[in-house]
Design a protein around this ligand. Structure first.
Ligand code: MRU
Length: 409
């Protein structure tokens, strides 16, 4: 039985602020980030302090609510409030382009505010906050239900491989692909999880391995380029991943490297499952060709970012660390290009280092996501049930809320 009690909540509302665990530094530094303005939420999203498609949908909703409770609280004209809320929601929605949940959360807040505006501005503001909180609660409910549906697909004694982090940290709580794994593990079906490290940002090594260890689910970490060999050795029974956007035909955008796993699954006769809530479906797109793929900073590829805490053992070490802290972003001596920043944390020092591994001036291409064509996807697990090809029909039925369930174990 997995023990989720040790996994912290991802993002929440407290004392008029939006709070989150800073995922850019996990697992060696577990900082709490407090956002006092919607601009702070935007910075947290673009810096990947909060990441993962469903969590981004929640962040968008809470960001809009935060604006409504802070800058928006000074507005006394209803029409102006609604126009400004639209502007703020649009700004949040465009902080990252690929995960449709971000736009979904922002659009739902815009729609809610307009549809309920006849109550007047004073009554509307608390309702806007309640709506954002409801989006957060619903996300966890959706994941739990999705997990139960997906567990039915997993055979007893399975060794399952996952990519990136589609865990509790990528959602309000519980996770999508990891939600399925947690549920299947609770049913005694999971023997082991293979965790792809997921270069360049290492969400697998840093976040998924951490969550699975916290929950007591047996796992083994591999580099992304080891998956083929592990499959060929007959050590993988299923692959399950999350999604950032699913088009109407079942094409799936997810973390870069997902497509190669799907192709490998086809070659080795391994089922390839995608777990995603309805907030990740973008039925306005006929295929994955229309999905914008985010390109990120080349430094993610030319180096590695590491954060941690140093506890000095002697006064000489403390002096040296103090000197480095004063020096500001510190170019480490031996190789030009390395950078380290230190900050005091009680009696210890937190470091944020970027270590160059590639030669300076090398050209880089860094797409953060890829699109897996629907033909490689064995099934898509949603909170309403399991969709199989032809996805054009099954996804439309599940997402329109007609309640059609194509398969339940
Ligand atoms: O760049 P990230 O970390 O936001 O990418 C996250 C992923 O690709 C996840 O697999 C996806 O959002 C599904 S999360 C339930």
């Amino acid at each position: 039985m997995p023990d989720l009690g040790n996994i912290p909540p991802t993002i929440w509302w407290e004392d008029g602020t939006v709070r989150m665990i800073d995922q850019s530094r996990l697992p060696l530094v577990g900082d709490l980030l407090v956002c006092n303005s919607f601009e702070g939420v935007c910075t947290a999203i673009s810096g990947m302090a909060v990441r993962g498609a469903p969590a981004l949908g929640v962040a968008a909703a809470l960001g809009v609510a935060l604006w409504s409770e802070t800058a928006g609280a000074g507005i006394d004209d209803l029409r102006y409030y609604l126009d400004e809320l639209d502007r703020v929601a649009d700004e949040i929605a465009t902080t990252r382009p690929t995960a449709v949940n971000l736009k979904w959360g922002a659009e739902r807040m815009k729609r809610f505010a307009r549809e309920n505006s006849d109550v007047g501005l004073d009554a509307l503001r608390p309702l806007v906050l309640q709506e954002a909180l409801a989006i957060r609660t619903e996300d966890e409910e959706r994941n739990r239900s999705l997990g139960a549906h997906g567990a039915a697909l997993i055979e007893s004694g399975s060794r399952v491989l996952t990519h990136c982090n589609a865990g509790s940290l990528a959602t309000a709580y519980f996770g999508t692909a990891l939600g399925v794994i947690f549920s299947a593990h609770a049913e005694g079906k999971i023997v082991q999880v293979w965790v792809d490290e997921t270069r360049p940002v290492l969400q697998g090594a840093r976040l998924t391995a951490w969550e699975l260890r916290m929950a007591g689910v047996p796992c083994k970490l591999i580099c992304d380029n080891m998956a083929a060999a592990v499959m060929r050795q007959g050590l993988v029974d299923a692959v399950i991943v999350g999604a950032d956007r699913i088009a109407a035909n079942g094409d799936v955008a997810n973390k870069i490297g997902t497509y190669s796993l799907a192709v490998l699954c086809k070659e080795h006769g391994i089922p390839f499952y995608v777990a995603a809530p309805s907030s990740t479906m973008d039925l306005t797109l006929v295929s994955g060709d229309g999905i914008e793929i985010e390109e990120r900073d080349e430094r993610e590829v030319t180096g590695v970012t590491v954060s941690g805490v140093i506890e000095p053992r002697t006064s000489i070490e403390t002096k040296a660390l103090d000197a480095l802290t004063e020096a500001g972003p510190y170019p480490l001596g031996m190789t030009k290009g390395h950078q380290m920043e230190l900050s005091r944390k009680g009696g210890a020092y937190q470091f944020d280092a970027w270590l160059r591994v590639a030669p300076p001036n090398v050209e880089v291409y860094n797409p953060a996501f890829d699109v897996t064509p629907a033909e490689y996807v064995t099934a898509i697990v949603t909170e309403r049930g399991i969709a199989r090809a032809p996805y054009g029909i099954s996804l439309a039925e599940l997402c329109s809320g007609t309640g059609a369930i194509h398969e339940l174990g």
